[in-house]
Ligand binder design. Structure first.
Ligand SMILES: NC(=O)c1ccc[n+]([C@@H]2O[C@H](COP(=O)([O-])OP(=O)(O)OC[C@H]3O[C@@H](n4cnc5c(N)ncnc54)[C@H](O)[C@@H]3O)[C@@H](O)[C@H]2O)c1
Length: 302
């Protein structure tokens, strides 16, 4: 059956271009009323204008869809709250939030100013927190919500020159892990999307990649699944060029070690500790302690 979003209201941040624009267009095409949020600034977050968001709204309307533009910076909790108030006044609900707005200020850690670190964390992490906080109670009351955090392979696996960006992006995975647990009883499903796409954010990589394969529209089908009625929760979906994969934060079976020579034992048995045979994906943080205590109790009994 076709995936539809009729009657659903979706907020997509950073939707004036790139991936966010594709997400907004696709949601509107499939029936959602869409809030196209974008500060309209430069790639490093400087400047701003409502034009980018308004242009995407015009595209949606020209195709017969419904949308509203919003130029709030996701870093401004007051402006974000005002955006959500305006959406509630107009459409009376918020079903979907796509935290997509983002900036880059790449430099090696040695050369990076703390201000550039703080700014990138503020846009990616606190921007998503501000937007999520503004819709959280609405979704709880409605007993329905679909939220996506846009993470990145830079956070999941690291990337030279992106310590600020990678840290912010991995922080979103941590946010998703807990919100998916807290949101479950109200059917609020929270997921992460790690895209690869040719946008202005990745234009510097251009010469080295077959750009025609990396259109942002190739990522959007994954986003649609993550915000659909049948969405999973607590999932990290990676997507690019039509490839879709999942990333997991796993835990190995490890070893039980105690006693005077424990440091030497940890060193000597590091291969065993690292062995991925039988590794698990814990369903919450407490599972780590439970697994460790189980090992300790078994060792004390033996
Ligand atoms: N393109 C990729 O390969 C890739 C890879 C991993 C993650 N991402 C993430 O995907 C998301 C979209 O990136 P993109 O590649 O489409 O880049 P993009 O630069 O085209 O889009 C980002 C948008 O966010 C907007 N924005 C920036 N700061 C904002 C703020 N404070 N408030 C509101 N809007 C703001 C920008 O104006 C821009 O339109 C970002 O979170 C990015 O980190 C992209």
């Amino acid at each position: 059956m076709a995936m539809r979003f009729d009657g659903r209201v979706a907020i997509v941040t950073g939707a004036g271009g790139g991936l966010g624009r594709e997400h907004a267009l696709a949601l509107a095409k499939r029936g959602a009323w869409v809030v196209v949020n974008d500060l309209g600034g430069a790639r490093d977050g400087s400047g701003g204008s409502a034009t980018a968001a308004e242009a995407v709204v015009a595209e949606i309307e020209a195709a017969g869809g419904e949308a509203m533009a919003n130029a709030a910076s996701v870093t401004d909790p007051v402006a974000v709250r005002a955006m959500v108030d305006a959406v509630m006044a107009k459409w009376g609900r918020v079903d979907i939030l796509v935290n997509n707005a983002g900036v880059l200020r790449d430099k090696t850690f040695a050369k990076m100013e703390l201000e550039d670190f703080r700014f990138v964390v503020d846009v990616h992490l606190m921007g998503a927190v501000n937007c999520t906080k503004a819709v959280w109670d609405i979704m709880r009351e409605a007993n329905y919500g679909r939220i996506v955090m846009t993470t990145s392979s830079s956070g999941l696996y690291g990337n030279f020159g992106q310590s600020n960006y990678g840290a912010a992006k991995m922080a979103l995975v941590g946010l998703m892990q807990t919100l998916s647990i807290e949101g479950a009883k109200n059917d609020i499903r929270v997921n992460c999307l790690a895209p690869t796409a040719h946008t202005r954010m990745t234009e510097d990589l251009g010469a080295r990649l077959p750009l025609e394969l990396l259109g942002p529209e190739m990522v959007t089908p994954g986003l649609l699944h993550l915000v659909s009625e049948d969405a999973p929760s607590r999932c990290i979906l990676t997507a690019g060029a039509g490839g879709f994969e999942r990333a997991y934060v796993t835990l190995t079976q490890g070893a039980w070690i105690a006693g005077e020579d424990a440091p030497e034992q940890v060193a000597a048995r590091f291969g065993e500790i690292s062995d991925r045979t039988g590794e698990v994906v814990p369903d919450m943080g407490a599972a780590q302690g439970f697994i460790e205590l189980t090992k300790a109790q078994a060792a004390h009994k033996a």
